[in-house]
Design a protein around this ligand. Structure first.
Ligand code: MG
Length: 163
C-alpha cells in the first residue's frame, strides 16, 4: 500500500462559482483560480499523485498553461486516475477535510462523495468527505477555503472480500 497527502488553499472572490468535490454550491462568492478552483479536488489529486510517487498537480497541469483555463477539476482528476491506472495502482480509500467558515457544507456531502467515487472508479464507501470551520480563528478560512486530503493506493487486482 502507498499513502499520499495533499493540501491546497484558494481565495474567495465575488463573481465566481463555488465548486467543491465537483459539486456546485450556491454561495455569493466562489474560489479564484486558473481552473474551476475546486480546492478539495486539488488536494485530493495531490494526495493521489503523492501516493503514486508522481509529483504534484503543478507539475502535471501548470497554471501557466491556457489549456487548463477554466477547466473542471474533475477532468484533471480523470487524468490523474489514468496515470495511477497506468502504474498498476488503484484507490484503497481517501479522506478529504474541507476547511471553510461558510457556507454550510453538510447538505452536499453525499453528492460530493458520490461524484468523486464515480471518477475514482470505486464505491462511495471508499471516499470520505468532511468539513470543519476554524471557529472564526483562522486566517485562511475566513478569506478562502482550504482542503486537506489523504489517499491510500493499492496494487490493482481482485478485491479480497471478507467472509
Ligand atoms: Mg489549487
Amino acid at each position: 500500500m502507498r499513502i499520499g497527502h495533499g493540501y491546497d488553499v484558494h481565495r474567495l472572490a465575488p463573481g465566481r462559482r463555488l465548486i467543491l468535490c465537483g459539486v456546485e454550491i450556491p454561495c455569493e462568492q466562489g474560489l479564484e483560480g486558473h481552473s474551476d478552483a475546486d480546492v478539495a479536488v486539488h488536494a485530493l489529486m495531490d494526495a493521489l499523485l503523492g501516493a503514486a510517487g508522481l509529483g504534484d498537480i503543478g507539475r502535471h497541469f501548470p497554471d501557466t498553461d491556457d489549456r487548463y483555463l477554466g477547466v473542471s477539476s474533475l477532468t484533471l482528476l480523470d487524468r490523474v486516475m489514468a496515470l495511477i491506472d497506468a502504474k498498476g495502482l488503484r484507490l484503497g480509500n481517501c479522506d478529504i477535510t474541507v476547511v471553510a467558515q461558510a457556507p454550510k457544507l453538510s447538505p452536499y456531502m453525499d453528492a460530493m462523495r458520490e461524484t468523486l467515487a464515480a471518477r475514482l472508479h470505486c464505491d462511495s464507501d471508499r471516499v470520505n468527505v468532511k468539513a470543519t470551520t476554524e471557529e472564526h480563528l483562522g486566517q485562511v478560512s475566513t478569506r478562502g477555503i482550504a482542503a486537506h486530503a489523504v489517499a491510500l493506493l493499492e496494487e490493482a487486482g481482485p478485491r479480497v472480500k471478507k467472509l
